[in-house]
Design a protein around this ligand. Sequence first.
Ligand SMILES: NC(=O)c1ccc[n+]([C@@H]2O[C@H](COP(=O)([O-])OP(=O)(O)OC[C@H]3O[C@@H](n4cnc5c(N)ncnc54)[C@H](O)[C@@H]3O)[C@@H](O)[C@H]2O)c1
Ligand SMILES: [Fe+2]
Length: 402
Amino acid sequence: MLFSLKVKGYKALMSALKILGKIIPIPKPTLFTGPGSSLELCAAIAQMGPQKILLVTDTVLVKIGLLDNIKKTLDQKGIEYIIYDGIKPDPTYEQVEEGCRLLHENNCEAILAVGGGSPIDAAKVISAIAKNKKSIKKLAGWFKIRTACLPLYVIPTTAGTGSEVTFAAVVSDPVTHKKTPLIDPKIVPIMAALDGTLMTGIPSTITAETGMDALTHAIEAYISVNASTETDRYALAATRLIMENLPKVVANGQDLEARQNMAMASCYAGMAFTKASLGYVHAISHNFGAYYHTPHGRGNAIALPYILDYSKDAVIDRLAQLATASGLQKNNLTNQQLAQKLIDHIRSLLQKFNIPEQLEELKKEDISAIAKAALKEAHLNYPVPKYMDQAACEKLLYKMIA
Ligand SMILES: NC(=O)c1ccc[n+]([C@@H]2O[C@H](COP(=O)([O-])OP(=O)(O)OC[C@H]3O[C@@H](n4cnc5c(N)ncnc54)[C@H](O)[C@@H]3O)[C@@H](O)[C@H]2O)c1
Ligand SMILES: [Fe+2]
């Protein structure tokens, strides 16, 4: 009884967010796409006029030489850059603060992020702090950013988070284990390049896990109560591309055409979820990340089939449409059969990609706290199609113990 009353409140909050989403326009970055587009973006930055920029990235990418051509182009265009490669997966407050210090000390006029979701999210927060002069805690939450951020350009190197087009950034508080989201249209980058050539060297595990993140964005956006005709178009296009190209890039990372398709798919999925939002899979995965440093995509991949099993009866038709977009409609299957086929297909993909069905690190004694934190995140932010209470969430999490 008490829970059904609470659900009424959550639904009202999600309706309010939907209305707010219609009133507040979400900007779209200018996109450069195709092999070599990262260098076109560098040329475009030169035309925008900054003399000096902060290049936010991570050490792995510097070490493997992924930035070499980008640096060469910036040199040719006469743009001075300060490299900050201190971002690690699931960036922390300290890493962001160090970036702010470098930006300030060197009087950088813009930021270029090159990397996966971690450097991009960190760069988004640095660009917000640079102009708003407030701490991360003060900027965290919905619509807390008052002043336009420092110009931000991004080159994603995973496909992936879709962070290049979303109005969210996630940073971690290392003391409380909490992942802090900043959600505001002002943090959307002004330009982004989707360049598959930067992705051909991604190891297959990271390829599979980041690809499952993109698939989760598309599916959670499609079954969201706040989905619209526009977000549906992006979510279905992303699903189609991911189902066709993810197995190809996991099997052969050098397949440039499939890599480029995955870069596009990840971006489309980002377009879908930035408006339609996410669901329980992300709420659980964020907490796996906070407790055990589980890579974001792996956490999503593990939780996804369990949440779809749970939500299925509320979204049979939507799952059937996703199954059809995935090429699974054969012999006139009913929507019920198609929905199940999609979930089975996701499980078979996990097997193919060597992603376990359970989370090795998940401990019984953490389940109650993880469920509580995940439900709080989901119920205050995500328009899920079927609500669950603490007991139901704990029951699902128990199934995820290895
Ligand atoms: N802002 C959003 O909308 C949004 C959405 C989903 C996830 N996220 C956040 O994004 C982060 C995860 O990002 P991610 O999954 O892209 O991974 P990541 O940025 O954390 O990178 C994971 C690993 O992949 C390596 N890597 C990246 N690109 C590579 C390449 N081209 N070749 C070889 N190695 C490469 C990195 O060096 C790193 O070791 C999490 O913090 C998550 O919370 C943000
Ligand atoms: Fe994600």
